[in-house]
Design a protein around this ligand. Structure first.
Ligand SMILES: [Zn+2]
Length: 358
């Protein structure tokens, strides 16, 4: 992954590349922007450029080494494989690539491509679930403590040790507090990138210690290209790129809603059936309800704009949906909220199918 592959994020990539150009790299960065807008690929491109040696790697026969038993309790990273250095006369020349881009050919770049770079450590909800076996809606203090311990170990092969924290908006306050000391006085060569979709979820003490790199929602054109890559059918690209508000995550969620709606009975029970398909986990159900109501309000507004005769009833409906959306932040059953919103919508003449562009 390099910067030329990042679509529709000119300002953010320019900001990151200017840091690489000047060599003034802040030890803590916050990548701020909607979920699924390219923050993660940009963090990878940034880490790649940062650690790129621009010297093409030539693989030689691997040395046979016995597996080493780690004596470091906290290290879950295996040491890089031992490779023989090329003969002196065969050492390749440094590529003529500027510091703000990666070459894709050196050992560091190859390891990043293979998700196996020992000095680029990625954490987030998925990683936390894998390690603990417990599903959680938040990033916990233990996950951050484990990361901090690694931050104080020396890099294995590269000058910079980069930590990429996905879902940083889900960091619990105590987990954020545990990061403060490391953000303020980081070990040399350590760079921490927090990837967050909501600035308000981060403590002011975190915000004040990091450089903020702002990402925008993806353009419709970029959405179409990326959705096509993900396997969305060509006929659907227009609908999804228009209604996902520049977020691949939203597009994926809408796709799930649409798949569910295709399984519904064709009768009055469909609303209740649809609401009963929300996840059992209350946090996830709340998130999904919120995402669906956001889509509803957007779709209803579009329909309202294009239907001059019924504007009064649509305006009332949109207001109702917005009020229901505010309830998702309180302790109210998500399926009840979703049912109420869908009933109001159908009463105003907008069905689930219309909301989902069917
Ligand atoms: Zn490289």
């Amino acid at each position: 992954m390099n910067f030329s592959e990042i679509l529709s994020q000119k300002s953010a990539t320019h900001h990151l590349q200017s840091m690489l150009k000047t060599g003034r790299i802040p030890p803590a960065l916050i990548f701020l922007g909607p979920a699924g807008c390219g923050k993660y690929p940009a963090a990878i491109a940034f880490s790649a450029a940062l650690n790129c040696t621009k010297i093409p790697y030539i693989e030689k026969a691997k040395k046979k080494t016995l597996p080493k038993i780690s004596d470091d309790l906290f290290s879950s990273i295996e040491e890089p494989e031992q490779h023989e250095l090329p003969e002196e006369e065969n050492i390749p020349e440094k590529l003529n690539i500027p510091p703000w881009e990666s070459c894709g050919k050196c050992l560091s770049c190859i390891q990043i491509k293979n998700n196996a770079h020992p000095d680029i450590i990625i954490t987030g909800l998925e990683d936390q679930l894998e390690k603990t076996g417990k599903e959680s809606a938040n990033l916990k203090i233990d996950t951050m403590r484990e990361m901090i311990k690694k931050a104080y170990q020396k890099p294995f092969i590269s000058p910079h040790k980069v930590f990429i924290v996905r879902d940083a908006e889900k960091l619990l306050p105590e987990a954020q507090n545990s990061l403060l000391k490391t953000l303020e006085d980081p070990p040399e060569g350590t760079i921490i990138c927090l990837l967050a979709s909501d600035k308000n979820s981060l403590l002011p003490t975190i915000l004040s210690r990091a450089a903020i790199v702002k990402f925008s929602p993806l353009s419709e054109e970029a959405m179409k290209i990326l959705l096509k890559k993900e396997g969305f059918p060509s006929d659907d690209l227009e609908f999804f790129s228009k209604n996902s508000l520049g977020s691949l995550d939203k597009a994926r969620k809408i796709k799930i809603f649409r798949d569910r709606s295709r399984m519904l009975n064709n009768d009055r029970s469909r609303i209740f059936q649809f609401a009963s398909m929300l996840p059992k986990d209350s946090h996830k159900a709340r998130e999904e309800t919120n995402a669906f109501l956001e889509l509803m309000a957007y779709r209803q507004r579009e329909i309202w704009k294009n239907t001059p005769g019924k504007q009064h009833s649509y305006a009332k409906l949109i207001k109702e949906v917005m009020e229901l959306r505010s309830l998702t932040r309180r302790n109210v059953s998500s399926s009840r909220i979703l049912e109420a919103a869908l009933l109001s919508s159908e009463e105003a003449g907008i069905t689930i199918d219309q909301l989902l562009g069917e």
